[in-house]
Design a protein around this ligand. Structure first.
Ligand code: SF4
Ligand code: FES
Length: 246
C-alpha cells in the first residue's frame, strides 16, 4: 500500500504545532499501525529529518501508552483495540491517514504525538489504592467470599489501562469513565470499603482540579474505549459520591 500521512508535528509544549504531510510506500497490510510508523521514522532518520515522537511500550494492548487520534478516532477505526493492535488491513492503498495526539487541556502535548498524562497518575494517587496488611500474616485471598457477580464486575472495571481514549473522545474532555472504572474496581469488593468514602471524594476532587470536563452522557467514551469499560461505572461512581457526600 502507498499512503499519505498527515501528522501533527510539534517541537515541544511551548511551540505551535502543525500538520505535515508524508508519503510511505510498500506498506504491508499485515503490519501493525506502529510498525508503519516505524517505517516512516526510519525513512525520516535516513534522510536526516527528525523522527515523529510517539508513545509506545508493550505493543500488545496492555500499557495504554500508544495514544494516537487516527482519522478522528482515538486508537483509530477499529473497535476494542489500542493503536498498537490496529492493523494496516483496516486501510486501503492510496488512503490519506490523519494522525494527531490525544487532545485535552489536561493532556498537554510534550512533543508531536506524545502527551503528558500525569494528570491520570495524580488522580490515582488521590485514592486509587487499598490498605492491606502485608506483615506476613496476610489473609489468603480465597478466604474472603465474594459473589461471582461482584468479582466479575470488579474485574471488568480493573481492565482499564489508563490510556485516555475516553478523554480524547469526549466533547467535554471528561475523565469520568476512567475515574468511574478506578472507583468501581474497589467499591465492588470488600477490600475497597475501608477507604471508600475518602477515595471517591478525593479522586473526583483531583479530577476536577486537573481540568477535566463533566459527563453529559454522550457515550463516545464507551464506544472508543479499547477495554470495553461500561458507562455503568460512571453511574456507580456517582452513587458512591452521593453516599460519601451525605
Ligand atoms: S476507561 Fe477505557 S478509554 Fe478510558 S482510560 Fe480506561 S481503558 Fe482507556
Ligand atoms: S503500546 Fe502498550 S497498549 Fe499500545
Amino acid at each position: 500500500m502507498d499512503l499519505t500521512l498527515k501528522i501533527w508535528r510539534q517541537k515541544d509544549s511551548n511551540s505551535k504545532g502543525q500538520m505535515v504531510d508524508y508519503k510511505v510506500t510498500e506498506i504491508s497490510e499485515h503490519m501493525s499501525f506502529l510498525e508503519m510508523m516505524d517505517v516512516l521514522n526510519e525513512q525520516l532518520v535516513n534522510s536526516g529529518d527528525e523522527p515523529v515522537a510517539f508513545d509506545h511500550d508493550c505493543r500488545e494492548g496492555i500499557c495504554g501508552m500508544c495514544s494516537m487520534y487516527i482519522n478522528g478516532e482515538a486508537h483509530g477505526p477499529d473497535r476494542g483495540i489500542t493503536t498498537c493492535q490496529l492493523h494496516m488491513r483496516m486501510f486501503k492503498d492510496g488512503d490519506t491517514i490523519t494522525i494527531e495526539p490525544f487532545r485535552a487541556s489536561a493532556f498537554p502535548v510534550i512533543k508531536d504525538l506524545v502527551v503528558d498524562r500525569e494528570s491520570f497518575e495524580r488522580i490515582q494517587h488521590a485514592g486509587g489504592f487499598i490498605s492491606v496488611n502485608t506483615s506476613g500474616n496476610t489473609q489468603d485471598a480465597n478466604a474472603l467470599p465474594i459473589s461471582k457477580i461482584a468479582a466479575d464486575e470488579a474485574m471488568d472495571a480493573a481492565a482499564c489501562i489508563g490510556c485516555g481514549a475516553c478523554v480524547a473522545s469526549c466533547k467535554n474532555s471528561s475523565a469520568m469513565l476512567f475515574v468511574g472504572a478506578k472507583v468501581s474496581q474497589y467499591a465492588l469488593l470488600p477490600q475497597g470499603q475501608i477507604e471508600a468514602k475518602e477515595r471517591v471524594l478525593n479522586m473526583v476532587a483531583q479530577m476536577d482540579k486537573e481540568g477535566f470536563g463533566n459527563c453529559t452522557n454522550t457515550g463516545a467514551c464507551e464506544v472508543e474505549c479499547p477495554k470495553g469499560i461500561s458507562l455503568e461505572n460512571i453511574a456507580r461512581m456517582n452513587r458512591e459520591y452521593l453516599k460519601a457526600s451525605i
